[in-house]
Design a protein around this ligand. Structure first.
Ligand code: C5P
Length: 402
């Protein structure tokens, strides 16, 4: 793990980057650069029409590897480029994937080097479609997409927007950073393969009356990133989320809740019925709720209003105090005395691991700096994207969890 750069190291991972004929081929050069910088060994294969949009030399320079374009090359030792090139790669991404190329993959064709490699693979294949919106909408293309998806091939994109032809609609290739993230996700080591992980995320909302309530400020970004990183690591993930505007990752089970009591009940039920190996409590649970919730909207008067609050259950403490608790990870968002408060909380809640961050810096942000406290001491994770921090955290948990 390269903690100083904030990029989870994917050194020794190999990607075959396929490029087919489309204007978006120029974006593939940037993608090749980003992936190579992340430590991935990128092997480029281009179709004949891709070479009309961008030159193979560009990719050779960016990746440091020779570029293959022809099934009939005599460079390969045994003249078996179509087999050799897929034998040692961890994944294949074709970006851009033209409508024609998707059709050829759907039909199991092997009429050029790239299509042959896709057919002769034993690794995950991802396609990033890029085409004119009418080509995208055509029933033939949609039919082909269903076929390849049924064959276990992953489709990334396309996006909606302005196209090279001047039209507006679906068909733009996803942005290079989004594709790079998808590749990195597939290449993550499967450190939690088959492990059952329960995660809480987001805030809780405690009603006061029919239209008002109290909550903690939380976007859910960190919790959702942890869920994504656990999935990437091969875990079976259940996500219990308070109200959030984010799109949840495709977890095994998603439970949407509102209040701390709802979250508590959902956690208890999940722990009773499923064998939870790891519990990661990222949610910003409201500590108090209204002692009495008014069914009607409370009317405004000139008088002061006193609201009686009662404490909510501490979900994490409940779980960590079970006779046979799962490996429990807490989060400690503090505004002051971060390290001291986090360590006190770790002891009080009997946690093998707690993650501390400064509330004013982390809440709602895409990046955060974290400190992990466990029996071995403290571990600093300098400011980085929350998904990168989540990947570091999952790696740390996998080495501590037994
Ligand atoms: O005590 P504090 O709220 O600061 O503790 C934070 C940790 O405890 C977080 O992991 C949070 O998800 C969890 N927690 C909980 N139930 C509560 C309050 C906090 O599970 N009622």
């Amino acid at each position: 793990m390269n903690e100083s750069s904030g990029v989870a190291s994917l050194a020794k991972k190999r990607l075959l980057l396929g490029i087919t004929g489309g204007v978006a081929a120029y974006k593939a050069a940037e993608l090749a650069r980003i992936l190579t910088q992340a430590g991935i060994d990128v092997q480029t294969v281009m179709t004949e029409s891709a070479c009309r949009f961008v030159g193979p030399i560009t990719f050779q320079s960016l990746t440091g590897n020779p570029v293959f374009t022809d099934l009939w090359t005599t460079n390969a030792d045994n003249n078996m480029a179509h087999i050799n090139l897929t034998r040692n790669v961890d994944a294949i991404l074709v970006a851009p994937a033209s409508a024609d190329f998707i059709a050829r993959v759907a039909g199991g064709m092997a009429d050029d080097l790239l299509a042959t490699l896709c057919l002769a693979r034993d690794c995950p294949l991802m396609l990033a479609p890029a085409m004119n919106r009418q080509m995208w909408e055509n029933p033939a293309t949609q039919r082909n997409l269903s076929l390849v998806q049924n064959d276990g091939i992953t489709i990334h994109g396309p996006a909606n927007g302005e196209q090279a032809c001047g039209e507006i609609g679906m068909g733009r290739m996803l942005e290079t950073c989004e594709l790079a993230a998808a590749v990195q996700a597939v290449l993550q080591p499967k450190l939690l393969q088959g492990i059952n992980v329960l995660i809480t995320a987001g805030p809780t909302f405690e009603a006061i009356d029919a239209v008002r309530g109290i909550t903690n400020i939380s976007s859910g970004k960190m919790g959702y990133a942890v869920a994504r990183a656990a999935l990437e690591a091969g875990a079976n993930v259940t996500l219990i989320s308070g109200p959030s505007c984010l799109t949840a990752p495709a977890v095994a089970k998603l439970l949407n809740v509102m209040s701390a009591s709802d979250m508590f009940n959902a956690v208890k039920k999940e722990i009773q019925h499923a064998q939870t190996d790891i519990f990661i409590s990222v949610a910003a649970v409201a500590d108090y709720r209204a002692a009495k919730v008014s069914k009607q909207k409370i009317k405004k008067t000139e008088d002061k209003l006193t609201l009686l609050l009662e404490p909510n259950p501490d979900i994490l403490s409940y779980v960590s105090n079970l006779p046979e608790p799962p490996f429990c990870v807490g989060f400690s968002a503090e505004t002051e005395e971060l390290e001291k408060n986090a360590q006190i909380k770790r002891k009080k809640k009997k946690l093998p691991l707690i993650v501390a961050n400064l509330a004013q810096e982390a809440i709602g942000a895409d990046e955060s700096a974290l400190i992990l406290f466990d029996d071995a001491g403290k571990h600093y994770l300098p400011k980085a994207l929350k998904i990168v921090q989540a990947q570091h955290l999952i790696k740390h948990i996998s080495s501590s969890y037994k």
